[in-house]
Each structure stands twice: as C-alpha cells, then as structure tokens.
Design a protein. Structure first.
Length: 341
C-alpha cells in the first residue's frame, strides 16, 4: 500500500510517500524559518498562506522523484492536530480533496503519534512495548507505548516544553530566531564548569518536569553578568548556553532512567525536535551502555516536523481507519484519546 502523507501543523510543510513493502520512498520538506525570523517567531497567518503555496509543489516533487503518479497512491494521511488551526486546515483540505477525487481512504493522524512512531522508520526498529521520551517545541512527555494507540502518559512538563525553553532562553541571550538549535551549537563551545543552573524537579518523586524556572534562572544570571561586566561577551554567552543545556539534559536523562526503572522496560525511544540534540543523545547512549537498555532515535532528518512520520503513522492505521464524514481540524487533541489499533 502506498500512502501519501501531508504535514502542515505549524511552520514546516512536509510531504512524503511511504510504501508498506518498500518503506519510505520519498519525502520533501519546506521550512518557513527564514520567513518567520523577520518577526522573531511564528506568525500563524503567514504560516497558513505559505503552506498553501508549498503543499502541491512538494507533492509533485515526491511523485517526480519516484516516477509514480497520483493515481498510484492507495491512501492519504494528514495531520489533523494538534497545531495551528489555519495551518492544519491547509493540509486537511488538500488531503480530503485529493482523496475524494481519487476515491481512496483518507486518514487523520495525530501529530504526536507521528513523532512517537518516527523511530520505527530507522534501523534497527524498536519493538513494542517501549518507553518514549517525546521532546519538542510544544511537548515534553514520558509515555509507555504498548502498541499503536496504546499510550500511557507517565510524566510531562508542568509548564514550558524543553524545546520551548531552548527558544525562550536563546531570546534572552540575544540569539536570533529560531534560537534553540543555535543555542545548542554555541553550548558546544561553552565551559561546563563555569556556571551551574538549577535542575527543576530533578528529585521529585514523580516523572513530571518543569523548565520555566530554569529560564528565569538564566535571566537572573544574565542580569548579574551585565551588572558586573557590562555587555555579555561571546565566551560568557556560550558558557551560559552550556550550563542551560547541561541542566535540561540532566533532567531529561534522569527522568527517563527513573521511568525505565518504574516500568521495567528495556527500550527507550526518543522523538521530537530536541531528540536531535547531540549532548542529549550522547548522555542517553552513555546511560544505555551503563544501565543495559537499548535507545532508539529517528533519523536526524526526521526529528523535526515532516511528512514521512505522518505517512508512516497513516500506514500503520490504514486498516483501522473509518470513512470521514466531512473534515475538521483539532488544534487541541489529547493523545490518550486515540483509539487503539
């Protein structure tokens, strides 16, 4: 079965083709980062308009790359939510219109389920059940994943998501949008011993996390350095970046290890944009070798939002999809409400 996947939940337009026998055969992605950088953040209306411009050319590029035709597609999957309402409407409208015209099934996919299942696109693939650490710009959660649709939230952030904390902290340090990835790069040059920042909820008895206080601690440190030395120089900025990243990584790793112990699971899957963070991967790999568990990541190109994860999730749910009566979007959508496959 050949599934066309369309992702348009925020500021990236992704289209991909996934074949149930051959695997991922094509995927194309357009990011709107340069456009939104002029405004210091995502502008929803501009995001929606850009999705309209990109989704059809990206679909045509996937087909041209593979030599396939639209009539070869057996089903179309699209991101129904969560995300920006207007942006979601673009992918939803295109997917439903194409499916109606081709008389093929259309599958509404939960954005986070796409991320959760994206490591299954890599080799080796994790087997169910596994523990999932979902870390992105909008979500930070630990989940027990027993199968498609069998998701149990074990812990989550009580305020800012890890990716959101990266971006907000970058802005405090004068790093241009999108700042999270740049902050991570600058942290590699920082001195890990110069500054120490708090690890919120590191030793709490549960698996929940909190990162807004860490952002406040960075602001306090910045003001202290400015009061003592005037403007912050590049070395100091990089050292603060390193201290911030060290704190985030330690919390994520310790909470993941605690969740593995509580559940008795031996497989950890990391998904979402922050899953591409080099220091996080290094720390988890080291912990895995010491604690004797396996850790899995999606390919680096599939850590951020993309059509491949939507096509794959749609293919996994194809046998359980129900015909849609009209269409709608779900800007807010609880992952735990999904039906089990």
């Amino acid at each position: 079965m050949l599934v066309l996947g369309i992702e348009s939940s925020c500021d990236e337009t992704g289209v991909a083709l996934y074949d149930s026998e051959r695997g991922l055969v094509a995927h194309h992605l357009h990011t709107q980062m340069a456009m939104h950088a002029e405004y210091g953040g995502v502008v929803p209306e501009l995001a929606s308009r850009d999705h309209i411009r990109r989704v059809i050319p990206l679909t045509e590029a996937c087909l041209a790359e593979t030599g396939l035709r639209l009539t070869d597609v057996d089903a179309i999957a699209y991101t129904q939510g969560p995300g920006l309402g207007g942006a979601l409407l673009v992918g939803t409208s295109v997917a439903n219109a194409l499916a109606f015209g081709l008389d093929i099934p259309v599958i509404a996919v939960h954005h986070l389920e796409g991320h959760l299942l994206s490591p299954l696109l890599a080799e080796p693939r994790p087997a169910f059940p596994f523990l999932a650490l979902l870390v992105s710009g909008g979500h930070t959660q630990l989940m027990a994943v027993h199968g498609i649709g069998h998701y149990e939230v074990l812990g989550e952030t009580l305020d800012d998501a890890a990716g959101e904390a990266f971006d907000k902290t970058a802005k405090l340090l004068g790093i241009d949008y999108p700042g999270g990835a740049t902050l991570s790069r600058l942290a590699e040059s920082g001195d890990p011993a110069r500054f120490t920042l708090p690890r919120p909820m590191l030793n709490s008895p549960d698996l929940d996390m909190s990162f807004s206080g860490l952002k406040t601690a960075v602001l306090t440190l910045v003001r202290q350095q400015e009061a003592q030395n005037g403007a912050i120089d590049d070395a100091t900025r990089n050292d603060i970046c390193r201290a911030f990243q060290e704190a985030i990584v330690e919390v994520l790793v310790k909470k993941s290890l605690k969740a593995l112990k509580q559940t008795g699971m031996k497989r950890l899957v990391v998904a979402g944009g922050v899953g591409a963070n080099r220091q996080l991967r290094t720390a988890l790999d080291l912990a895995a070798s010491r604690r004797k568990f396996d850790v899995f990541y999606p390919p680096l190109a599939l850590c951020t939002d993309n059509g491949a994860m939507i096509a794959f999730a749609g293919a996994m749910r194809l046998a359980f999809a129900h015909p849609a009566a009209g269409f709608s979007v779900k800007p807010r959508w609880d992952l735990a409400s999904l039906p089990a496959a």
